[in-house]
Design a protein around this ligand. Structure first.
Ligand code: CUA
Length: 158
């Protein structure tokens, strides 16, 4: 079988990405001592603004939980609420997100934070932000004409 240079590159890239993903997953599972959380609760997506915690989007410090911060996020065509998230370095944070209309993504470039937000469901992801910087948050699910302009920022500060 003959492979073009381009195809070979993608093969290497794909395999590399997969290995990196598995390593990150393995480390993540080891550190938190738990399984990846993919449980989802349901929500009436037409009433998201009235339902806790989504009636109060933003970054909230919490006490007495296994994590220190909760980031409550509402996605809609074509933006995120909040537009900007700021977290302290090494914070253990739980992202709690949903959408008010169609499927959106919430991917933080350069991290392992990548959630799919489906109407009628709440997505959760707990992680530790262990690198300072300003990260671009992008929507990686095609959601309509404004899809390419749907983004926000995550700042991790020391
Ligand atoms: Cu929202 Cu693509």
């Amino acid at each position: 079988m003959h492979l073009h240079k381009y195809e070979k590159w993608w093969l290497v890239f794909g395999t590399g990405t997969l290995i990196a993903f598995l390593v990150i997953l393995g480390i993540g599972a080891f550190h938190s001592g738990s399984h990846p959380n993919d449980t989802k609760w349901t929500i009436d997506y037409e009433r998201v603004d009235d339902i806790a915690p989504f009636n109060n989007p933003g970054v909230h410090k919490v006490e007495g939980k296994d994590w220190d911060y909760e980031v409550v996020l509402v996605a809609s065509a074509f933006n995120y609420n909040p537009m900007e998230i700021e977290l302290p370095l090494d914070a253990k944070v739980k992202f709690i997100a949903t959408t008010k209309d169609v499927i959106h993504g919430f991917q933080v470039a350069g991290t392992n934070i990548n959630m799919m937000l489906e109407p009628g469901y709440v997505s959760e992801y707990t992680t530790v932000v262990n690198k300072t910087g300003e990260y671009l948050v992008v929507c990686n699910e095609y959601c309509g004409t404004g899809h390419a302009f749907m983004y926000s920022t995550l700042k991790v500060v020391d």
